[in-house]
Design a protein around this ligand. Structure first.
Ligand code: SAH
Length: 336
């Protein structure tokens, strides 16, 4: 998975312009400007909760086409002092997407990095939408002998890729659920290590991280999937030309940060609590009939339980004492 997505020459995220109607998949910020606008309001509110520091690193992991931040920053132009405090850092491995981000964020002078470790220290506001699902997972199957890793190997012809169980018990058993024959599990070491690094930065320098992705609360079987041109595909088919992603283990991520965590909330609940219905109404008040219809369609896609509303989750991690971030309980007043 790491090679298929990240290989410097042949990796999927190095070559393809994965996102959008012409690409392989669509993401929430590409569905509607409302998504980025509301996350912008969330970030500005957290900056105020941090005591309006005069300098904060605004970091996005895997910014795609830069749409989310462009919408977030346009929506928060009126927040006194906020933009002046922001120092924008983008963690992105795709050269083509870096170019798209430069266009979308022209004038905001972002700095690009290959890894979070390269982002300078300092108070942090971090956002990651559909980033952790692209980090490589290991897969395990529990047999009568215990947990065994499922790996990629070659078929008898010496050319065709196939999945097979590695010989012997895996040394990763301690990180997996209780061994019950028939159980299956995934482990995303890169995601857990990144969560630990984010937690360490937040603990040291202060700030907040908002992680949005599709995933589960507790370990639940095998989820690795392949998508090409908006259709499901075999995970071993055409590596480097196919998107691979896996469900994010939010419980594991939250624990790995070692910080107070809020959520995961369903994306639908989160967006409703931060005011997406009111935002949609405000946009519709100035729209044509066909624009109103597309706003309603986008709203449904983002929040309906049978669309992105339940499968996608939102997790916030941060350390501003006694201050609950918006979006995680119904009692909190909306930010709009
Ligand atoms: N957040 C965007 C894009 C999601 S797609 C959106 O919501 O539209 C995943 C993004 O992460 C892409 O920008 C991809 O190029 C980037 N990416 C994937 N793996 C990465 C890695 N290991 N390091 C840095 N960026 C990565």
């Amino acid at each position: 998975m790491a090679e298929a997505l990240g290989h410097p020459r042949f990796g999927y995220y190095r070559k393809a312009l994965a996102l959008g109607a012409a690409g392989d998949f669509t993401t929430a910020p590409e569905i509607s400007q409302m998504f980025g606008e509301l996350l912008g309001a969330w970030l500005a509110e957290r900056w105020m909760a941090m005591g309006r520091p005069s300098s904060v690193r605004l970091v996005e992991l895997g910014p795609g086409r830069g749409t989310l931040l462009a919408d977030a920053l346009r929506a928060t132009r009126g927040v006194a002092g906020f933009h002046a405090a922001l120092d924008l850092h983008l963690v992105e491995i795709s050269e083509r997407l870096r170019a798209a981000q430069a266009t979308a964020l022209a004038g905001l002078a972002p700095t690009w990095h290959d890894r979070l470790d390269d982002v300078p220290d300092g108070p942090l506001l971090l956002i990651a939408n559909e980033f952790f699902d692209a980090l490589p997972v290991r897969q395990f199957v529990c047999t009568a002998q215990g947990w065994i890793e499922r790996m990629v190997g070659l078929a008898g012809d010496g050319e065709t890729l196939r999945l097979a169980l590695a010989p012997g018990r895996t040394p990763f058993a301690a990180a997996l659920p209780e061994a019950v024959p028939g159980r299956q599990a995934e482990l995303c070491e890169a995601g857990l290590a990144l969560a630990a690094a984010i937690g360490a930065r937040l603990r040291r320098d202060g700030g907040w991280a908002l992680i949005i992705d599709y995933g589960f609360d507790a370990t639940s079987g095998l989820s690795l999937q392949a998508v090409r041109q908006h259709r499901g595909s075999d995970i071993l088919d055409r590596p480097g030309e196919t998107d691979l992603s896996a469900h994010v283990d939010f419980t594991g991520l939250a624990r790995a940060t070692g910080m107070p965590a809020f959520g995961p909330a369903g994306q639908g609940d989160f967006l409703r609590r931060v005011g997406i219905i009111q935002r949609a109404e405000a946009l519709k008040a100035r729209a044509t009939l066909s624009q109103r219809q597309s706003i309603d369609a986008a709203l449904a896609r983002l929040i309906d339980p049978d669309q992105m509303g339940t499968l996608f989750r939102v997790l916030a991690v941060g350390n501003t004492p006694s201050s609950e971030p918006p979006g995680f309980s119904d009692s909190f007043p909306s930010t709009t």
